[in-house]
Design a protein around this ligand. Structure first.
Ligand SMILES: *Cc1c(COP(=O)(O)O)cnc(C)c1O
Length: 384
């Protein structure tokens, strides 16, 4: 016998119940997976082992240069890059800003920088608004390289009252907006050679320099040999909660240290976080190769299923940009919402060369199962 309550269920209620069951099934499916957050490689959380290094780190006042843990990390990083000195900073943005301030210590300077670089697009215009430096922007090619002819074209002396004098050229390695492409040593050496001829310096925004180094199988000391300075993020793929490093000559680091103080970046017992940065450099560099494999897997799966990819399935490091297949009916907001709410997969947006694309980053908190789930989910959502 059918219970009265069930018999009395209206069609409307039945549909609602089915809907609920569907939602339950989906959220249940999600519950089996923790969130897979591929928006950025900055989202990594420090592991227990990493956190425990903070508890045991000897500390001092870093504005006095008396924090032994910071000093140790600075020495270690300088050695690793084969540069004279290094400086710890709270963020990558500050590392780039301070680098530009140090290179452009002389006022009325300008720098040559990529139009699609992080420095140009994502740092609040700080080199002009804070450092008082004029950016000469040139467009990188589709693997993130600035053409050497363009550098020659825009380079200027102060031999004309109209000119700001060029002090620096900046490149980005790996190049975020150009799909995490890794710039090879040969190119950097050629740029370095030209820069010497023009009497300007070379700065590498190496937020992901270890990704580039692992991908190219070139040690950072070789890769950055021709650079006068490099900024390095500890808080991206390396998994530290915060912190960046700057390396260069003793004199450059002296000026950078002064600039860091001026922008309020002198911190006290920074060894608490520097200890975690040390752990990141000692333990999390080689494993970046896994992130690159996973990113490749995602890129190939998307390419095989009709998604647009500016790099056409080619991935050097841990970043994949993609657009939805042309027959997909979802808006970008619907796509990301469904992917997040029903599958627990988070992807970011990227704005590269005027186009709006999605961005997937692989990192230490995304494993093979997560990648399988992300691929399956992206394919399932676009097929709606
Ligand atoms: C993230 C990033 C930075 C800045 O690092 P923050 O620590 O977020 O300030 C600089 N350059 C590139 C290429 C980046 O990806």
């Amino acid at each position: 016998m059918i219970p009265r309550t069930v018999a009395r269920i209206t069609k409307q209620k039945w549909n609602a119940a089915c809907g609920n069951a569907l939602i339950w099934r989906r959220s249940h499916a999600r519950a089996r997976h923790s969130l897979v957050d591929c928006r950025s490689d900055t989202l990594t959380k420090p592991s227990k082992e990493m956190l425990s290094t903070a508890l045991n780190a000897p500390l001092g006042d870093d504005v006095f240069s008396e924090d032994p843990t910071v000093n140790k990390l600075q020495d270690k990083t300088a050695d690793l890059f084969n540069k004279e000195a290094a400086l710890w900073l709270p963020s990558g943005t500050m590392a780039n800003l301070v680098a530009v301030m140090a290179h452009c210590h002389e006022r009325a300077s300008e720098i040559i920088v990529g139009k699609e670089s992080h420095l140009t697009l994502w740092e609040g215009g700080n080199i002009s608004t804070i450092a008082g430096v004029n950016p000469r922007q040139v467009l990188e090619n589709n693997v993130g390289k600035i053409d050497l002819e363009d550098v020659k074209d825009v380079w200027r002396l102060d031999n004309d009252d109209h000119f700001a004098k060029t002090a620096l050229v900046c490149i980005e390695n790996s190049h975020n907006m150009m799909g995490g492409s890794a710039l090879d040593k040969e190119y950097i050496d050629e740029l370095g050679f030209l820069a010497k001829e023009l009497n300007i310096n070379v700065h590498i925004d190496g937020a992901r320099i270890f990704n580039a180094s692992v991908s190219l199988q070139t040690p950072v000391s070789d890769l950055c040999e021709s650079a006068d300075s490099v900024s390095i993020c500890l808080s991206k793929g390396l998994g530290a909660p915060m912190g960046s490093m700057l390396v260069g000559s003793k004199e450059f680091i002296r000026l950078a240290r002064r600039a860091r103080k001026r922008v309020g970046g002198g911190t006290r017992q920074a060894g608490v976080v520097a200890a975690m940065g040390m752990y990141a450099i000692e333990n999390n560099v080689d494993r970046l190769a896994e992130d690159h494999e996973r990113a490749k897997r995602i890129a190939i799966a998307l390419k095989d299923n009709g998604f647009y990819q500016p790099q056409d399935g080619h991935v050097d490091t841990n970043i994949v940009y993609f657009g939805l297949p042309t027959d997909c009916k979802l808006s970008k907001e619907e796509f990301t919402r469904i992917l997040k709410d029903e599958y627990g997969v988070l992807v970011g947006y990227g704005y590269s060369r005027g186009g709006e694309l999605f961005r997937v980053c692989t990192h230490i908190d995304v494993d093979d199962k997560d990648v399988d789930h992300a691929i399956e989910s992206i394919l399932a959502v676009q097929a709606r």
